[in-house]
Write a protein that binds this ligand. Structure first.
Ligand code: PLP
Length: 363
């Protein structure tokens, strides 16, 4: 017997969600963002799943980008943080990768590198998030220096929205980005939008969009719009089984710290899934879960390998009963956004945290 926890990746749902991105993107082209092992879904699996429809792939990890090339992917590949040292840049040229240049230090690295061919680059502008990107006064000098270096073959301007998922929106950053673009000697293509901007702000601008989370079927702003309402289908399903069932008396406590105290006699189940599988330890009593397809709640603290669930009203649930942690069918399933919300985090973090000990299959 193997431990019953497993994750399933639904590639048809992935392609469906890419189609939703395509509809929103219109004539714009789409970088499918597959950083962090495709948000925990498997880099090559997701790239393969999207191979027929992706205009390009965007990620953070240079090793991942090279692995995509070695696996035969020929689409453009964008590295969202670019390089960390000048000696990586020849690999960009060798494998035809597009670096982001987000700082003057990276401009210097590019000037210093010896490349087998000039590189297309994404020049990142700081439009107000104050994380990565050049400020307005640095952009034209950087462009001039890059042009003089003869190491660059085409510049796209990008920025990243800090509030596309909130009431604040994108107006101020879009205006700042467009003002910076307008001040330049040449007009360059642009790429400002992530999932939230693509879905919520049709005016987000640009020629290439960069959806990530929506491809995986979760909402970038679950408090405003559920994934289902956005027409997205869950891609990752995390399931396990009950490995023990017990009756507890009123006043008995459950799990580390006894964080749940039974107010009445009740039946509880123990699920083979804990934080070492990627389930969030912060999930408190009451986090939604399904047993035998019936909605119920977690009880007490999540431990490394186990969590406890309330079996009240689920008389048929014995050892071996199926437990859905998140995912499943969009209609009858359990949204990762709801689990994440209960745990005080976002679906992104749940997906990325899926542990390597959880076996993953595709369907
Ligand atoms: C991760 C990332 C994205 C994708 O963001 P989502 O919210 O997942 O759509 C887009 N652009 C950049 C620069 C990123 O780092």
């Amino acid at each position: 017997m193997t431990r019953p926890i497993k994750a399933t990746i639904d590639l048809a749902a992935l392609r469906h969600n890419h189609g939703v991105a395509r509809r929103h993107a219109g004539a714009r082209r789409i970088w499918s963002v597959i950083k962090a092992n495709a948000y925990g879904h498997g880099l090559l699996r997701v790239a393969q799943g999207l191979a027929g429809s992706a205009d390009g792939f965007a990620l953070i990890e240079l090793e991942g980008a090279i692995a995509l090339r070695q696996a035969g992917f020929r689409q453009p590949i964008l590295l969202l943080e670019g390089c960390y040292a000048a000696d990586e840049l020849p690999l960009f040229a060798e494998h035809l990768l597009t670096p982001t240049i987000h700082s003057l230090e990276q401009v210097l690295m590019l000037q210093a590198a010896t490349l087998s061919r000039p590189l297309p680059i994404y020049l990142k502008l700081n439009s107000g998030m104050n994380r990565l990107g050049l400020n307005a006064d640095q952009v034209q000098p950087a462009l001039s220096a890059l042009a003089a270096s003869k190491q660059v073959a085409g510049v796209t301007l990008m920025t990243h929205y800090a509030d596309a998922d909130s009431e604040r929106g994108i107006a101020a950053q879009l205006a700042s980005f467009e003002a910076m673009r307008a001040g330049l000697a040449e007009r360059h293509p642009a790429s400002p939008a992530n999932s939230a901007a693509l879905l919520a702000f049709p005016e987000h601008g640009g020629d290439w969009v960069r959806p990530g989370i929506m491809l995986y079927g979760a909402s970038p702003f679950p408090e405003m719009h559920s994934a289902a309402a956005l027409g997205l289908k869950p891609v990752m399903t995390l399931e396990s089984e009950l490995i023990a069932v017990r009756e507890i008396a009123p006043g008995e406590r459950v799990g580390y710290g006894g964080m749940f105290v039974a107010g009445r006699a009740m039946r509880i189940g123990v699920v083979a899934c804990g934080y070492a599988d990627g389930y969030p330890r912060a999930a408190p009593t009451g986090t939604p879960v399904q047993v035998c397809g019936r909605p119920t709640r977690t009880l007490g603290r999540v431990s490394m390998d186990k969590l406890c669930v309330d079996l009240t009203g689920i008389a048929e649930a014995g050892v071996g009963a199926k437990v859905l942690l998140w995912g499943g069918d969009g209609q009858t399933g359990l949204s990762a956004d709801l689990v994440a919300g209960a745990a005080g985090t976002v679906s992104y973090e749940l997906f990325c945290a899926l542990a390597s000990r959880v076996p993953v299959t595709e369907r």
